[in-house]
Write a protein of this length. Structure first.
Length: 413
């Protein structure tokens, strides 16, 4: 019964996407990107004679999470072709020209016919799913054909359906994995309790990725001029609710502190509204000129892809998303040793829990709470430096998941 409901849900989702596509840009991209997908796959794989390793990521965040493993696999096993698939446009549209993969596609929606046809065309020697991807029909096809498939950087919580009395179908789906590499021991214990034993605690490959990024980051000349030797508060991946809480804080400290705001999504209406709220104190990055940029207390980023470099210029950071569905990437800022602030919904992210417990990250629910936890650090530079060192050390100590997983992969190919 659960299997039938699962398939009904997938089919309904497919119909819903097509129905709202004319009115919803993201849905339109998902539908358009999957048109003629099998013709594209046939053309791409028709002449391929090399073994294929398939990496699947839901979106951009999962891609960045799995990227260290993908790139190290490619360097270690150059005879393999790399297939990279995405579920969401926010991954595919940004990384469709990524040079580290030989083939990049949307993943066809998960039904038995699509899964069978996809595996027949691609013929992967190994499949690697990053974090939350648990598509039954694809996993079942791989399992039936004895093609090893692993889940990496997976994280589980007791309230998930896998661990409910009625979650048997979903537990069985997890059992289709050859091996699951979890971020933490709690996840491994939950899986073991559910009868899933092919588990290793490897940690989170995102730590490897942010350290790679930090090592390669380059200074942004325009931002250097903007800073003018003042402390910089970077607001990364912000949503409107984050900005609502932050605006009084920004207006109070603008002048003493420089603010860089990098919204999670770039919408012209929201950018214009934010500029209006800041009453001439802000300038857009695309409009900024070196001679006068230092005169502005707020720099508004109106492009995608700069955020990790922006954190390298920061003194403090606010990470958006935790007033909504969930917190965005805290590690990009933590690797540079920035004290972190974010909203209340962070409990699904192990690294955020760790950073809060270490006293380097501070969840807040209001502007007043933000001021209460920010002021003691702002007024005590020795305290800020101690927090900075603690954050850097945490990230460095958590690295190494990529090597643990790659060591196991050697036994599968």
């Amino acid at each position: 019964m659960s299997k039938l409901l699962y398939q009904v849900g997938v089919n309904f989702y497919s119909l819903l996407l097509k129905g709202i596509a004319p009115f919803h840009a993201k849905a339109a991209k998902m539908v358009a990107g999957r048109l003629n997908i099998f013709k594209q796959l046939e053309a791409s794989f028709k002449e391929n004679q090399d073994p294929v390793v398939w990496f699947h990521c839901a979106s951009l965040g999962e891609f960045e999470q799995g990227r260290p493993l993908l790139e190290k696999f490619a360097a270690t096993y150059p005879g393999y072709k790399i297939l990279l698939t995405f579920f969401s446009p926010s991954g595919y549209e940004i990384r469709k020209n990524y040079p580290g993969a030989h083939y990049i596609f949307y993943l066809p929606l998960d039904n038995p016919a699509n899964a069978k046809r996809f595996i027949n065309l691609v013929k992967p020697s190994l499949a690697i799913f990053v974090k939350y991807e648990f598509w039954f029909n694809y996993l079942n096809q791989l399992h039936q054909r004895n093609i090893p498939v692993i889940s990496v950087s997976a994280i589980f919580r007791p309230e998930q359906i896998f661990f409910k009395p009625y979650g048997g179908f979903y537990r069985n789906t997890l059992n289709l994995f050859t091996h699951i590499f979890t971020q933490n021991q709690l996840s491994a214990d939950l899986l073991q309790t559910a009868g899933i034993s092919q588990v290793t605690v490897a940690g989170d490959t995102r730590f490897d990725r942010v350290l790679q990024t930090a090592a390669a980051v380059k200074a942004i000349s325009l931002v250097e001029h903007f800073k003018a030797d003042k402390p910089v508060f970077v607001i990364g991946s912000s949503w409107p609710h984050d900005i609502e809480v932050l605006l009084p804080f920004i207006k109070k400290y603008a002048g003493a502190i420089k603010f860089i705001i990098a919204p999670h999504e770039i919408h012209e209406q929201e950018l214009t509204q934010l500029l209006s709220h800041l009453e001439g104190k802000a300038i857009r990055f695309s409009k900024a000129l070196t001679p006068d940029i230092a005169n502005y207390p707020v720099l508004l980023i109106d492009n995608i892809g700069m955020l990790s470099s922006l954190y390298s210029h920061g003194t403090y950071a606010y990470i958006g998303g935790a007033f909504g569905k969930g917190l965005h990437n805290t590690l990009e800022a933590a690797t540079f040793g920035l004290p972190l602030y974010f909203g209340p919904s962070y409990q699904k992210f192990q690294e955020a829990i760790d950073l809060v417990q270490l006293g380097v990250a501070f969840p807040i629910q209001s502007t007043t709470e933000l001021e209460d936890v920010f002021t003691p650090i702002y007024q005590n530079q020795e305290k800020r430096k101690a927090i900075s060192e603690k954050a850097k050390t945490y990230v460095q100590n958590q690295a190494g998941a990529t090597d643990i997983i790659l060591h196991h992969v050697k036994t599968l190919i």
